[in-house]
Design a protein around this ligand. Structure first.
Ligand code: FE2
Ligand code: FE2
Length: 159
């Protein structure tokens, strides 16, 4: 759950960064809408972590800053790449959520409910981004993103 929470911190930061430098007001609106839903996700994860008597990642401020910067850079590259980045990120997030859903105890209804709802929203974010003209990133770029996300999830799992 700590990893999911951290992911939501990053998602929010990314989208805020991306919204800041987005070229069209429509893209900004899409990003802000998504960022708002990520706020809900963040709150749900945080509550679930508290219920499980654990703590959020100590590295969150660091991830937030890095993600915000990355988002702002993606925004500067134009809306097609910017929205494509949203789609690729969300696809990666869904992949992670699917993995986690397989590992989580079948009795943990609360966690499962939160994650299912999140997955639904993230799928929506990816679909909207593509509909609005986001590009499909080439395979190597996606593999690269998968690698980075693996690194982040592994670290956050422990701290
Ligand atoms: Fe999310
Ligand atoms: Fe999302």
């Amino acid at each position: 759950m700590r990893v999911n929470h951290c992911g939501e911190v990053c998602a929010q930061a990314l989208y805020q960064g991306q919204a800041l430098t987005a070229k069209s007001s429509q893209t900004t609106a899409i990003l802000m809408q998504a960022a708002e839903e990520e706020m809900d996700h963040l709150a749900w994860c945080e509550q679930r972590i508290r219920e499980l008597d654990s703590h959020v990642s100590y590295l969150n401020p660091l991830w937030y800053a890095a993600s915000f910067t990355m988002g702002a850079v993606a925004g500067m590259l134009g809306d097609r790449i910017n929205l494509g980045f949203v789609a690729a990120t969300e696809q990666e997030v869904c992949r992670h959520l699917n993995d986690h859903l397989e590992k989580v105890s079948a009795n943990d209804d609360k966690t499962i409910a939160v994650m299912r709802k999140m997955r639904e929203d993230e799928n929506g974010h990816a679909a909207t981004a593509l509909e609005q003209g986001g590009m499909q990133f080439p395979k190597p770029v996606k593999s690269m993103m998968h690698l980075v996300s693996k690194l982040m999830t592994r670290t956050t799992y422990w701290v």
